[in-house]
Design a protein around this ligand. Structure first.
Ligand code: CO
Length: 132
């Protein structure tokens, strides 16, 4: 297992990306928009993991609600796993509260699932599995 990326909620993606590029010298590797989740995102490579900047495309999206409640900042930590189904089954059996009981499709040929922060000491966790 390793940290795939760290998600950061931001008001304006272009401004935030520029800050990280200009001040830390990070490079933007991709940009995506997921309309279903009401989010626009940019990935900045950092070592073998990445920062994921998340900007809401509408105020009532999950990131929009997060921003109005908590402001900009750390949103989630994503862990790369080998077998997301097995991991979810084990977590569920252990009584961990899951946001996604089944993986949904994510960017770059991945499947993702979120774990509720109430079960992980206040941190929203995302599991990511690439490929089949
Ligand atoms: Co993420």
């Amino acid at each position: 297992m390793k940290i795939d990326h760290i998600g950061i909620a931001v008001k304006t993606l272009s401004e935030a990306a520029k800050t990280y590029e200009d001040t830390l010298g990070l490079k933007r590797s991709s940009e995506d928009q997921v309309e279903e989740q009401g989010v626009r995102l940019a990935m900045l490579d950092i070592g073998e993991s990445r920062l994921e900047l998340l900007e809401p495309t509408r105020p009532d999206s999950p990131i929009g609600k997060f921003l109005s409640k908590r402001g900009e900042g750390l949103h989630h930590i994503a862990l790369q796993v080998e077998n997301i189904e097995l991991m979810l089954a084990n977590l569920k059996a252990a009584g961990i509260r899951l946001i996604d009981e089944k993986p949904r499709s994510g960017a770059h040929n991945s499947r993702v699932a979120f774990i509720h922060p109430s079960s992980t000491h206040g941190v929203l966790l995302e599991l990511v599995q690439y490929g089949e």
